[in-house]
Design a protein around this ligand. Structure first.
Ligand code: GDP
Ligand code: MG
Length: 231
């Protein structure tokens, strides 16, 4: 985007955009990174918002202006306007996508740290409960299968948005699988995420805006990569 000189030395400013489907945790990733805040009941983002966060690389101050989508992820026109805010050619993207489809209510019902509980076969060796377990396992397998197809489709769609707005190959891109804290009920495996990312030459990282896992790291990898590309 821009780099300017002042008496304190070189200063860099990069624009990063976070894109991905609604409710995957984009706004919370940003608020966790920029303000160390998390909101379980966050509303869809209204209006275009960005946060600026600095880090030091090679003794230089590198500022990242990170933009959050306006909760209008579904409309391509809005998305391209969002990209247009970038000055110059050095726009960098942070792609956020998640296979985790769990609804908040389900999350609350299962609770953190709990998993699909296999009915105890010890004292209550009931046919019904094992039958229930069998059916729920089948359902789970089908869900995983459907989710992996869905994730691939959404990933391709977002990559296409990136391609159509930025053909520049030096754009730093990362695929982020958020809600890592819900790992025990995940729909998309780590391998799957990695494979998807590799297929498009993206960095890959699993994060949790809720418990902060890898959030800082993910943003900093992207910022560092942008810095490496321009310096
Ligand atoms: P956005 O539409 O992509 O901006 O998603 P939000 O940041 O608004 O998050 C959507 C919902 O997912 C909210 O209820 C968040 O509290 C929740 N959420 C976001 N990140 C995480 C996470 O890392 N773990 C869990 N368990 N929930 C998350
Ligand atoms: Mg949002």
């Amino acid at each position: 985007m821009s780099s300017s000189e002042d008496e304190s030395g070189e200063e860099y400013l990069f624009k990063i955009v976070i894109i991905g489907d609604s409710a995957v945790g984009k706004s919370n990733l940003l608020s966790r990174y920029a303000r160390n805040e998390f909101n379980l009941h966050s509303k869809a983002t209204i209006g275009v918002e960005f946060q600026t966060q600095s880090m030091e690389i090679d003794g230089k101050e590198v500022k990242a202006q990170i933009w959050d989508t306006a909760g209008q992820e579904r409309f391509r026109a809005v998305t391209s306007a969002y990209y247009r805010g970038a000055v110059g050619a050095l726009v960098r993207e942070l792609v956020v996508q998640i296979g985790e489809s769990i609804a908040k209510e389900d999350y609350e019902e299962f609770g953190r740290g709990k998993s699909w509980v296999k009915p105890s076969m010890g004292d209550s060796m009931e046919f019904r409960s094992s039958w229930f377990w069998f059916l729920s396992s089948c359902l789970h397998i089908v869900t995983i299968w459907v989710m992996s197809i869905y994730t691939k489709l959404r990933f391709d769609a977002w990559c296409e948005v990136l391609r159509s707005t930025h053909s520049d190959t030096t754009v730093a891109r990362m695929l982020v699988g958020n809600k890592f804290d819900l790992e025990n009920i995940r729909d998309v495996s780590v391998e799957e995420g990695k494979t998807l990312a590799e297929s498009e030459g993206l960095f890959f990282m699993e994060t949790s805006a809720l418990d902060s896992t890898n959030v800082k790291k993910a943003f900093e990898i992207v910022i560092r990569e942008i810095y490496n590309n321009v310096s």
